[in-house]
Design a protein around this ligand. Structure first.
Ligand SMILES: Nc1nc(=O)c2c([nH]1)NC[C@@H]1CN(c3ccc(C(=O)N[C@@H](CCC(=O)O)C(=O)O)cc3)CN21
Ligand SMILES: CC(C)C(=O)C(=O)O
Ligand SMILES: [Mg+2]
Length: 272
């Protein structure tokens, strides 16, 4: 084995649980392609999520429901070719795990075999218990996802904050406990009150990764195109924008357009 290139230490599902024990926060961002994954991995982000948000961000769909398993595998295999260190988690898309546990396992196996991803993520608690068990039994690490679960948007009708009522909060707490007990290595909590998210994080031994879940959890995740300001109309208050690439790119494209039209580009040095 060549060792020259390997100064970095790969992130594993085990190292994430260790990080929680050491109270070291976990960073996670999405990526859907090779070039982005290479930048995110190189910057030292612990976990890369190949999210089904690719349905919105890459394909322009209104929801995450249309993206297919084949499309997720395409995105995930591109991401895998760009990484040296990050742990790559792949969303199981809508329709690939809900009908029965065997289908769920088949879908998870396809992701592992055809993309080279390191783990899968799926939405829901008790409803998907048997599917999670099957996948874990095959040796595939599973990340849970509770709170706002975008694949169920038509059941709820809105993207408002979840688990504000006592009954829903209790279900969320018991679902989180269940995911821990089954053997999931982590769980995403999306758009729930910060106090509830903190209580959940303190009540289980596996890392809780928040998006719109406050600072009392074990790590944070954002959609990369949102945090670099490429998406323009998505403005939930949990989002912090680190760049305004929408403006910067628009300016660059306008300048290029002008330069082409005026004949300024290419100049004498930019030709053969
Ligand atoms: N670009 C992008 N970023 C995401 O974070 C993301 C996706 N797409 N697609 C899949 C899911 C959907 N997610 C969402 C969608 C909407 C809100 C949200 O807060 N929407 C409104 C408020 C809606 C309401 O209160 O009724 C907002 O303030 O923008 C949050 C997360 C998170 N995921
Ligand atoms: C927002 C994160 C957690 C996600 O599931 C996605 O990007 O699909
Ligand atoms: Mg998702």
């Amino acid at each position: 084995m060549s060792t020259a290139k390997k100064q970095y230490k790969r992130v594993t599902v085990k190292s994430l649980v260790d990080m929680k024990q050491r109270k070291e926060k976990i960073s996670m961002l999405t990526a859907y392609d090779y070039t982005m994954a290479k930048i995110v991995d190189g910057a030292g982000i612990d976990v890369i999520l190949v999210g089904d948000s690719a349905s919105n961000v890459m394909a322009g769909h209104e929801t995450t429901l249309p993206i297919t398993l084949d499309q997720m595998i395409y995105h995930a295999s591109s991401v895998i070719r760009g990484i040296d260190r990050s742990l790559v988690v792949v969303d199981l898309p809508f329709g690939s795990y809900q009908s029965d546990p065997k289908e769920a396992l088949r879908s998870a196996i396809r992701i592992m075999k055809e993309s080279g991803g390191h783990a899968v993520k799926l939405e829901g608690g008790k409803e998907v218990k048997d599917s999670i068990k099957r996948i874990l039994n095959a040796g595939i690490p599973v990340m849970g996802h509770l709170g706002l679960t975008p694949q169920s948007i038509y059941k709820f009708g809105t993207y408002t904050v979840r688990a504000k009522e006592e009954a829903e909060a209790e279900k969320l707490k018991s679902d989180a406990k269940m995911l821990e007990k089954l053997g999931c290595f982590a769980v995403v909590l999306e758009k729930v009150p910060a106090q509830l998210a903190k209580e959940v994080a303190e009540s289980i031994s596996i890392p809780v990764i928040g998006i719109g879940a406050g600072a009392g959890v074990d790590g944070q995740v954002l959609v990369v195109h949102d945090m670099i300001g490429m998406t323009h109309e998505f403005n939930p208050r949990f989002l912090r924008r680190y760049l305004d690439l929408y403006s910067e790119m628009t300016q660059a494209f306008k300048q290029y357009n002008d330069d082409v039209k005026s004949g300024d580009f290419p100049n004498a040095e930019e030709q053969y």
